[in-house]
Design a protein around this ligand. Sequence first.
Ligand code: HEM
Length: 450
Amino acid sequence: MSKEIPLIPRITTLSNAFRFVKNPLPVLNGFVEEKGEIFEMYMGGFTKAIFTTDPEIVQHVMQKNNRNYRKSEIQTKMIAQFAGKGLLTSDGSYWLRQRRLIQPGFHRAKLAALSDVMLKVVQESWKDLDKLVVSNQPFDLSLEMTKMAFQVVAKSLFTTSVSDEELITLSDNIQEIQEYIVKRLRQPYLIPWFYLSGKSKRQFKISQESRAIILRIIQERRASGQSHDDLLDMLLSARYEDNGEGMTDTQLLDESLILFVAGHETSANALAWAFYLLCKNPEATKKIREEYQEVVGNRKVEFSDFPKLKYTTQVIQETMRIYPPAWITDRLANESEDIKDYHIPKDRMFAIYIYGLHHSKKYWNEPEKFKPERFEKENMKGKPSFAYMPFGGGPRLCIGNNFAMMEMQMVILELLKRYDFELEKNQIIEAMPYVTLQPKYGIKMKIKKR
Ligand code: HEM
């Protein structure tokens, strides 16, 4: 006899629809509180989805029996129609072949070459940040971090091959497309209006505009025959094991665009939340600065320093526990099966509620408190591995996880070295789950030179 998965009645979902559109987190957290680690809910009133915060079930779906699970059409069709068919938006044998091809390019040793690129991006941001120091006006740190993270991905991919104007166009377009996708997901009843009003057509237009910029860069790079030690070089030189050939221009274009989409807003949000938490916890800021002095001192930070910056790493880990940029992900069952006595029908969607896992009282002592030390090795002993999964898990683990960790360390360290951050008083900080978990009204700060 299989156990029944508790169901949130349709009427409860409907009566919460308004609150859900405003902010799904409190509604979902309330359901977790009431029903526990697994429950079913109607999505958009019709399709049932299983929400889970049970690390054992999550591990089964994402890792142990991952072959029985695929991504939903939200990722493989809806995001893909604007961002193209890349690692994040593909599935099955195509995805596996691409992953095998691209994975070596993200190994730690390969990333060493990018640490200088990242350092340069941070140093270039000083121009704008110094102006903010002089103006002494509050500014939205999440916007600054979005600019920074976009530059990091763009320069890591294309080093010098892209102009400032093209970067602004790419950044604006990707931002607008992401906002449009979220609106379509949250308010599907507006889709006919999007078509009638021309909003939908505009997304295709700006998507084409971005693709044209990237294609130009790829074709020029191919023709130049020059080497730049960036991610584009890595993508261009990668060869499939089976036929020894490289990717076509369209594949290169899709994979590059996906790296922008997957790799900039996630890091930007993690960084904005990190600085917010550091402002609220000045003793942690002090410890990071002391660690930096001890490990790096007055010389330039190097790739080999990062593994030694243990406390800084723990602050980043704790930030992504409290505010996981990827707050949810999904999978659909290819075939029916039983997990922990629950019957999972074929094609049923799993909503893996990462935010819920990271805030579960069962796995985290005082989950709402900022305690980077909880990531010390001995404190993590015995914890289920999928209780913490900011980068996902199993074979589809974020390919950019080491890249992102290095980027976040670099930005936090280099900015704390130069500036003091001060949180504006009397502002509302609310975590809002769009595609990534963002501060709904931004995070207003002032900065001073140290
Ligand atoms: C703090 C920063 C980041 C977070 C929290 C994050 C989170 C994630 C998560 C949770 C997944 C798995 C989604 C799933 O399995 O459904 C993922 C996949 C992915 N991420 Fe990241 N990511 C970050 C930064 C980056 C960066 C910097 C890049 C690239 C430069 C990147 C590229 C990708 C790609 C290509 C995938 C798809 C991998 C695949 O399915 O094979 N991410 N990311």
